[in-house]
Design a protein around this ligand. Sequence first.
Ligand SMILES: [Mn+2]
Length: 356
Amino acid sequence: MKKQTTQLRVEKLMEGLEDGEFFLVTDLRNVRYLSGYTGTSGYVLCSKSKAYFLTDFRYVEQAKKQCPHLELVVHKPIVWDSVAEIVEPAETLFVEEANLTLANYNTLKSKIKAEIKEGKGKVEKLRLIKSPEEIELISEAARITDEAFMEICGMIKPGVTEEEISRELEFSMKKKGASHASFDFIVASGVRGALPHGVATDKVIEEGEFVTLDIGAVYKGYHSDMTRTVAVGNISDELKNIYDIVSKAQMAALEAVAIGKTGAEIDQVARKNIADNGYGDYFGHGLGHGVGLDIHEGPRVSSASDTILEENMIITIEPGIYLPDVGGVRIEDLVVVEKTGARRLSLSTKDLIVLN
Ligand SMILES: [Mn+2]
């Protein structure tokens, strides 16, 4: 019988362990990645030779169905008691330091003799490279986003609020098969466009404004992420100009994406483009990030990223210019890194859409 994808992932994690070592996975996205489990309480615990799935009474039947490749343990009222029992007498327990709270760490420490060490993002590293199935799910999430964007353009006009647009977008995505929105949508109109993370408010959209929409859908656990900036009626030459600059910088960065380059190199292409046009001070965030089971995951695509791009990573390319008291522009595509460069999953047009 063909081995389950999730089983192969757990085996990869197990291969990295020595005798006397255990790895405890508490981050629910990582748990899902390794187990296929979609519930809200569960843990993967493995050594070099054994892999367990711990959950409580509520999720037993679900776990039996979703992760038959792991040994099911219905844990004690305090999960750390069960972890301690399994880990004993191992010497080392790796944990997910970015996920385990200090309170849980202290409890765990009081119960086990093994030395607790940082797991250093081992599962996150496996998640960097997407399988064909994962790419398909993310593509579907991106397709839903494209369609919802096209529909919503018919609704963006003076008099409508940002929140109304955000609500309609989410409803539209759900109708198209999304389980939910990737995040609280950013719908930033007019001067609010200068806020890179301007979540939709009750502000009414007016003639002559740009509206930046940063949106995405979740499909079977996988996220999409796309940003478009559209014009409502006649906009100023200054806004037109920054749209043009961001658009060219985004295109240049997309063209620069290649296996073997670092995130920082790609970031630099867009950053230089914007700086050469005099707006370097107004692009204050990184160029992009990985997307998958999380909306933000590795690899980072920023000046601080030395991660080398590899085939089948999925990243965003999203430069922007934000002018305080004036407005802003961001354009973002979701892409797969392939041998031939970046393949766009976001297919909505990037020509300036002017809505009247
Ligand atoms: Mn993004």
